[in-house]
Design a protein around this ligand. Sequence first.
Ligand code: PLP
Length: 436
Amino acid sequence: MTQDIDLNQQLFARAQKVIPGGVNSPVRAFKAVGGTPRFVSKAQGAYFWDANGRRYTDYIGSWGPMILGHGHPAVVEAVQRAVLEGFSYGAPTEREVELAEEILKLVPSMDMVRLVSSGTEAGMSAIRLARGATGRKTLIKFEGCYHGHADALLVKAGSGLATFGNPTSAGVPPEVVQHTLVLEYNNVAQLEEAFSLHGPDVACLIIEPIAGNMNFVRASVPFMQRCRELCSQHGALLVFDEVMTGFRVGLQSAQGVYAESIPGFKPDMTVLGKVIGGGMPLAAFGGSRAVMEQLAPLGPVYQAGTLSGNPVATACGLATLREVQKPGFYEDLSRTTRLLVNGLTQAALGAEVPFCGDSEGGMFGFFLLDALPANYGQVMKTSNPRFNHLFHGLLDRGVYIAPALYEAGFVSAAHTEADIAATVAAAREVFETLPK
Ligand code: PLP
């Protein structure tokens, strides 16, 4: 056992005495893959260093926000300037107006936006607003999509389409999820049946357009088109949860990707987070003026936040959004990400390991399967022990990917071709040792 592992272990033992499971968000505990979480001491560019100063190439990037890499100079400067002017006022600022204007300029499906502090808060508030604006109760979500940990969303499918979901967490009474209908991702027939049974009661359908919480699974174009048509037909709101995909898969986000295949396509509401805060607690939800004006203080749907539109977080988000608009940003990011996925695929095939991967912009996923899955059930057919072997093999070689097979990965603008080549070389070694 090396010295650096000891220091991570020491910190983990200390953390477990004072923080449940030693972590402030469950996946960080490495429960799915086993072993000791790396305690990060600092990060720069494409790398972070653990408690004992060991360097890792970071393919998580704080689970998506760090699209520029860590410590981008323009972002650091903006944050430093903002900090000197005060941390939080609980009163409006010009900077939050600027950020709202910037987001609306880049996401034309929204007329107005409200800033909040986390993706969970944004998703929960968007659903409350959709219910308030439509006067309806039913919410449709899809198995394998995560929209934060609000009670009504911690739910798995019931036994049939006539029945609603069951809570996936203790502490959520069944009554709280009784209006949540959970459907299979990419299943058009089931979607049609759900609308024919419940259409007049559906307030909204919320979807991760490219699902990053079951690794990386795209909604097919025909499925997305049906989601759009059925929502419009039944007066339900189509809510795009772009907390992960927003400004991550492209400057037009995932809605731009679908608009390329479905002319005129746009969601009714959008939920954003991660990249728009550049690593600070910041998220947002928005939609048409008519819907957004239902929010307090204008309308009857209540929503509020002490730290909402925080001046330091908005400075960080604005600086990040300015960088991603520079010419060629997403072309370069997409190329680097594709280089990684193609390199991993070749390395796996060379070792006769079943493997397939996909990416969009700076978001990627891969599976130890022969074909890309289309829904959660298929994702879960991936072998856990083999994934865990791959994870630890890469970690031992200084490559940090998500410590669970159902999570997407992220490449930043700071990752170079040399970083990718080193990662692929490490993966090639591990694939050779993967149990058959
Ligand atoms: N929605 C999606 C698609 C997410 O990936 C996440 C978090 O990973 C959330 C919502 C919740 O965001 P947060 O963790 O900021 O509460």
